[in-house]
Design a protein around this ligand. Structure first.
Ligand code: ATP
Ligand code: MG
Length: 757
């Protein structure tokens, strides 16, 4: 059994324990995902039928990679395994079983945008204040309810929920939820959360269906178990109830989706749910250098809530973790891009070896700009999917209507695009009439003359006839011929063709690209059903990573930390380590939110294999204004002995600090080269701030009673700065000082350890 040699004894134990419940709780990079991969291969080699295996991963990408690796060991058998994200696997099951729940098998999957547009329409109809009830807020609220398996009826009856909504002045949420659920149902549409919610309903209402899948999935494995929500937890629990051959792997320290309903308790409850569980602990990290593992441990040690683990690495000690400071977000982009360029050429690396991780999508702009300027190839992951572009969604809306003519969002999208003289009022009439007469939108459209007034009914009727003609085509032609026909006869292709602007050209090309993709699909030999309806099935679940034209292209990867889960790169740059950004401002109200941010930081640093660099900017554009930023508290928390500070970046434009820059730079330089013999006082604390500024020898606070605005000062910890403002009366004078290193701060003079320079 050659493949078992690539595992340590503990990992091998978990792989070979094929019967009964198994839980692997282990730190980052300790081979959890590897264990799942080898375990599946081992099951098949041990004679388990590959059709009986279900593997749930967090991203489609992870599933794809896993399948490739399993194929190496067991060959084409790997094709039969059910493997994918919760959403994609259960969408597939719902496609087969939907009629039991009253849905068409061709049900539409509403993506987040679709759901919000339905919500916006409902809010408008109900005349509700869109500030109090923003579509975003309402969407999240409904999502949370669904992920906790609370139906609209239960929502309305739950006293606690009602009291909460009442006290926040949002007592209509229950009604909105109910209307939204009805509207989706009538439209034959499920939103993302429905894919799990309805699966639970299916398994609960139909014991025979449950039984069927319990016997189909004799072996179940779940990666990243710490991020499952209640709805997912219950599906897995039900499916595994008969055989109990369930293996989950996870790391409580990497739980980063509580905001979406993930519940760390699922890990903690596992031992209660399955008293015979065999627990395996993996402690050796194979991914990263010792310095990276040590820094990760020192970060997570600040969290109160955690299962104690002793993660260690036997890899080389490695470089210290570099901390780079920039004076602005643009400059941060520049120094990161330069560092990557330099590392690549001095170490003979590929662009692929680098990843830049950030807390929020908005931060990618500065990074992209800098990379583009230097001609560095890069790719943003987790951004807007190809299928989310307007023109693609437009054409797909026609496809959706063809197979599900009750799809409300699709109808609204294209009933008047390209223009057919059907106004918003008519569209509203269609929806309202359907409600009044207890009919579907399609019944109104196809009988327009009965329900709508004369002028508009003609146009709506011809739209109905157009869609009917597409239905015939959709049934009888292969996917490509049908798609091309619809693109042409809807008038969409012509409309785009006539737009000769650069964007118009781009949109036209995108449509061509979609058609090419459908053509490839039509020509595939490994599938029997090649209709457009089959192609369409799970498009809403695709992300831009799944449409990767050239996954092996040599590019630097850019992504949010959330999307970097489970991945690894030789060199990682974690940017934007500033208060209010990371930790995010929204997390500062509660310990549990702050701890989630810290776990996110832990996830970020543990993506790095050989080198980790962290950066922050002392000022940043936010909503159009320049604000000064303080370094993140997370930097303070790291044990400084693992750090190497690089404060050599100079402000790009001249600033009022120019006159003092030489002195400051000289100081910063001494810290950026820790091995240089330059005299340095050892820092008193392990805080990065303390280390960033070693006070001038003989530093003693001086009398600040004569302090005036404009004066230059040195602070024991914050370094050199300039006084911007003094306010208040003695002895409580407050000084606003702009410190070169950390930006603006307010200090009470009587406590401040300041020296006038
Ligand atoms: P994460 O928590 O980030 O998801 P993980 O625990 O799933 O990490 P893996 O991704 O499975 O860890 O493994 C991390 C790296 O260590 C991978 O490159 C993997 O191939 C390697 N690795 C794991 N176990 C071993 C081993 N026994 N021998 C050699 N390399 C190993
Ligand atoms: Mg993993």
């Amino acid at each position: 059994m050659d493949y078992l040699e690539g595992l340590n004894p503990e990992q091998r134990g978990a792989v070979q324990q094929i019967k009964g419940p198994v839980m692997i709780i282990a730190g980052a990079g300790s081979g959890k995902t590897r264990v799942i991969t080898y375990r599946v291969a081992h099951l098949i080699r041990s004679g388990v039928d590959s059709f009986n295996i279900l593997v749930l991963t967090f991203t489609n990408k992870a599933a794809k990679e896993m399948r490739e690796r399993i194929t190496h060991v067991v060959g084409t058998e790997a094709k039969n395994i059910w493997m994918g994200t919760f959403h994609s696997v259960f969408a597939k099951i719902l496609r087969v079983e939907a009629d039991k729940l009253g849905y068409p098998n061709n049900f539409t999957i509403y993506d987040t945008d679709d759901s919000k547009s339905v919500l916006r329409a409902i809010l408008k109809e109900m005349n509700l204040d869109d500030k109090l009830y923003s579509a975003n807020f309402v969407y999240n609220r409904i999502s949370a309810a669904k992920n906790n398996l609370i139906s609209p009826a239960e929502y309305a009856q739950n006293e606690q929920i009602q009291a909460d909504d009442f006290s926040s002045g949002r007592q209509h949420l229950g009604k909105i939820y109910e209307t939204y659920a009805q509207r989706c149902f009538k439209a034959g549409a499920m939103d993302f959360d429905d894919l799990l919610f309805k699966t639970n309903e299916l398994l609960k209402r139909y014991p025979d269906v449950l039984n069927k899948y319990q016997h189909k999935f004799k072996y179940i494995m779940v990666d990243e178990y710490q991020d499952t929500n209640f709805s997912q937890y219950l599906i897995v629990k039900k499916l595994a109830a008969v055989t109990e051959n369930i293996c989950v792997v996870g790391d409580d320290a990497q739980s980063i989706y509580a905001f979406r309903g993930a519940n760390i308790q699922n890990i903690l409850n596992f031992e209660k749910d399955y008293p015979d569980v065999k627990v395996f602990k993996l402690e050796q990290n194979y991914r990263s250098t010792q310095n990276i593992v040590n820094i990760a441990n020192s970060i997570i040690a600040n969290n109160k809530e955690q299962l104690k683990k002793n993660v260690f690495s036997e890899n080389e000690v490695g470089d210290r973790i570099k901390v780079m400071r920039a004076f602005s977000d643009n400059e941060e982009g520049k120094i990161v891009a330069e560092a990557i360029m330099q590392e690549r050429s001095t170490k003979g690396l590929k662009w692929n070896d680098f990843a830049i991780l950030y807390r929020t999508n908005a931060q990618s702009r500065a990074m992209e700009e800098a990379l583009r300027k230097m001609g560095t190839p890069y790719k943003i992951y987790g951004g807007l999917s190809f299928y989310q572009r307007k023109e693609i969604k437009d054409l797909i809306a026609y496809f959706r209507l063809t197979f599900n003519p009750n799809d409300e969002v699709a109808m609204k999208r294209v009933i008047n695009y390209p223009k057919r003289g059907i106004g918003d009022t008519t569209v509203d009439r269609i929806i309202i009439s359907a409600d009044q007469h207890q009919l579907t939108q399609w019944e109104i459209i196809t009988n327009a003359q009965m329900y709508l007034d004369g002028r508009s009914s003609g146009q709506v009727s011809s739209f109905g006839t157009l869609i009917q003609s597409f239905q015939v085509i959709g049934k009888n032609m292969n996917a490509y011929d049908a798609a091309l026909h619809i693109a042409q006869h809807s008038g969409l292709l012509k409309d785009l063709y006539e737009d000769k602007s650069i964007e118009g050209l781009n949109r036209y090309e995108n449509i061509q690209e979609l058609l090419n993709g459908i053509k490839e699909f039509s020509e595939r030999e490994d599938i029997e059903e090649k209709g457009l309806d089959v192609f369409m099935q799970d498009i809403a679940l695709l992300t831009n990573d799944d449409n990767d034209k050239d996954p092996n292209a040599d590019t630097v990867s850019l992504m949010t930390i959330h999307s970097s889960k489970g991945l690894e790169f030789p060199q990682v740059y974690v940017v934007g380590l500033e208060e209010n950004l990371f930790p995010s401002q929204m997390s500062l109200n509660s310990r549990s939110d702050l701890e989630e941010e810290r776990r996110l930081f832990y996830v970020a640093v543990t993506r790095a294999k050989s080198k980790l660099t962290i950066s922050y900017a002392t000022s940043r554009f936010k909503f159009g204004t320049l604000i000064s930023c303080e370094p993140s508290r997370f930097l303070d928390e790291i044990d400084a002995k693992y750090l190497e500070l690089d404060f050599t970046a100079k402000p790009a434009a001249s600033s009022f600090f120019d006159d003092e820059r030489t002195a400051w730079s000289r100081k910063a330089d001494t810290f950026s080269k820790p091995k240089s013999p330059a005299p340095s006082t050892p820092p008193k604390t392990t805080s990065i701030l303390a280390k960033a500024h070693v006070p001038t020898p003989g530093f003693a606070p001086s009398d600040t009673s004569k302090l005036q605005t404009g004066m230059e000062v040195e602070h024991e910890r914050f370094g050199f700065g300039k006084v911007l403002q003094l306010e208040g009366n003695k002895p409580d004078i407050k000084a606003t000082i702009f410190f070169k290193e950390i930006g603006q701060k307010q200090l009470l003079l009587k406590f401040a350890k300041l020296r006038i320079v």
